[in-house]
Ligand binder design. Structure first.
Ligand code: NAD
Length: 493
């Protein structure tokens, strides 16, 4: 049995209690992951704090050069990382490569850190007085991440935090822990000093201890909404900066004028890619007016044609879900929705084991009152609601507690513009089903999909991992007579 180790202060560190890590395609145990407890949490934060003391003073060009080297190593090790992702998560290899590329783009953004950290300067704000502002790193930043993107979601966080001059402690998902160790090795090979990037393995208890640790300045969290809410509250109460991204229920609205073949292709990919285990997966279609019947027919045909199998098999288009518990949750929702009056048009519940497989499921005539609609299923289940008008479709989305992503399919620029202005959602696609912003924009939802003020990566990521200083300077002439003291509040005049 392979024992995964923490990575603290630039070296592997063995742990104590451990959990099994499974291959979801076979159900076999691949390794065991240690559960970091108080001693390991303290050690990881202490190593990061010590490294921060000198890392913050490394010139910004030097930090950028390490990011360039890390970026190249990520590219060179893309296949190694993809194999690790597929083995522990189950997604197909092409999908795993896709998340690595999207994560690498954040590193490419971080390579531009000298430009991103340039401050502002105002000359002569008063006679002989200049003003400037600049941003400095926070200290030790923590990242707590979900199982569904073992490489990309952490890459939303640590390259930017580190390029800004912080040290980082990553708590990977206990279900997909191994990729983080290879990332740590790549950082070391890129020349990052020991302790600037640390991997602390563990479960919710480990993450809660890290969140509460007084040596941590900021917490970035991505995961389910109940945990995001808890992490946001705990970090805020202990005076930390926090961004906590939660779950989702993403709607695609199909208007009657849409190209229905295009919409069905795009929605099928967005609903069933990665077995629906993406925070930006489309899980609900709102079919407007007469689009409904022909669209549902097309979606059913496409769902039935998807090839489900092990992620490492090049013939597979969709892999298993992450765990037996996830499979049970998916099956329970399909069962309950059928009982509540939904039409189960495609039913993927009967796939044989031994892996944790569920095939694509398509449910028509769903209503907002059904549990399958109200709760995040996080599996290969697509729900269809029917709406009479575009306004009714937007009202459905706006009444939903989540607000991560959404998409509209239409040929009308006017309808699309109205949709993008009126919908209460953070990331919007127009004929684009998975509108994950590029690395140089920022990623974040609204409502119960994000707690905190700043989105991740892009300009908002730089802002999150730094704080501002404003400096006002006067260099009085040594030859001029000194002015008498003025007790009135200083103004520029
Ligand atoms: P999860 O909430 O169960 O776990 C996420 C992380 O939190 C894990 O590292 C876990 O160990 C840790 N954790 C668990 N309990 C904790 C606690 N009490 N305190 C602190 N940390 C704790 O989520 P998951 O099942 O790994 O991932 C799926 C969820 O993540 C879905 O809800 C999905 O929508 C969401 N997600 C959201 C985004 C986004 O950008 N909004 C992106 C990816 C995934």
């Amino acid at each position: 049995m392979r024992s995964i180790q923490h990575w603290i202060g630039g070296v592997p560190v063995a742990g104590g209690d451990a959990l099994p890590v499974y291959d979801p395609a076979t159900g076999r145990t691949l390794a065991e992951v240690p559960l970091g407890r108080e001693a390991e949490v303290d050690a990881a934060v202490a190593a990061a704090a010590e490294a921060f003391a000198s890392w913050q003073d490394v010139p910004v060009t030097g930090r950028a050069r390490i990011m360039f080297a890390f970026r190249d190593l990520l590219e060179r090790h893309e296949d190694d990382l993809a194999r690790i992702i597929t083995a522990e998560h189950g997604k197909v290899l092409d999908d795993a490569r896709g998340e690595i590329v999207r994560g690498r783009e954040v590193v490419e953004f971080a390579c531009g850190i000298p430009q991103l950290l340039k401050g502002d300067y105002s000359d002569q704000v008063s006679t002989g007085v200049d003003a400037f502002s600049f941003r400095q790193p926070l200290g030790v930043c923590a990242g707590i991440v979900p199982f569904n993107f073992p490489v990309m979601v952490p890459l939303w966080m640590h390259p930017i935090a580190i390029a800004c001059g912080n040290a980082f402690v990553l708590k990977p998902s206990e279900q997909v822990p191994s990729a983080a160790n290879l990332i740590a090795e790549l950082y070391a090979d890129a020349g990052l000093p020991a302790g600037v990037f640390n991997v602390l393995h563990g479960d919710g208890g480990t993450a809660a201890a890290l969140t509460a640790h007084p040596g941590v300045a900021a917490v970035s969290f991505v995961g389910s909404t109940p945990v995001a809410r808890r992490v946001h509250r705990a970090a805020s109460e202990s005076g930390k900066r926090v961004q906590a991204l939660g779950g989702a229920k993403n709607h695609a609205v199909v208007l009657p004028d849409a190209d229905l073949d295009h919409a069905a292709d795009q929605i099928t990919a967005a609903a069933y890619g990665s077995a629906g285990q993406r925070c930006m997966a489309i899980s609900v279609v709102v079919a407007v007016g007469e689009s409904a019947d022909p669209l549902v027919q097309r979606l059913a045909d496409r769902a039935r044609a998807i090839k489900v199998g092990a992620g490492a098999d090049p013939a597979s288009e969709m892999g298993p879900v992450i765990s037996p518990a996830a499979r049970t949750r998916v099956a329970g929702h399909v069962e309950a929705a059928g009982r509540d009056g939904a039409a189960v048009l495609v039913d993927g519940r009967d796939l044989p084991g031994p892996g944790f497989f569920v095939g694509p499921c398509l449910l028509d005539r769903v209503t907002p009152a059904m549990a399958a609609y109200r709760e995040e299923i996080f599996g290969p289940v697509l729900l269809v609601l029917r709406a009479a008008t575009p306004d009714e479709a937007v009202a459905v989305i706006n009444a939903n507690p989540y607000g991560n992503g959404t998409a509209v399919f239409t040929r009308s620029g006017e309808a699309a513009r109205r949709f993008q202005r009126e919908v209460h959602v953070g990331m919007i696609g127009v004929n684009v089903p998975v509108p994950v912003p590029m690395a140089f924009h920022s990623f974040g939802g609204w409502k119960s999909s994000l707690f905190g003020d700043t989105h991740m990566h892009g300009p908002e990521g730089v802002r999150f991992y730094t704080r501002a200083k404003a400096v006002t300077t006067r260099w009085p002439s040594s030859s001029a007579p000194s002015a008498p003291p003025e007790l009135a509040f200083p103004t520029a005049d």
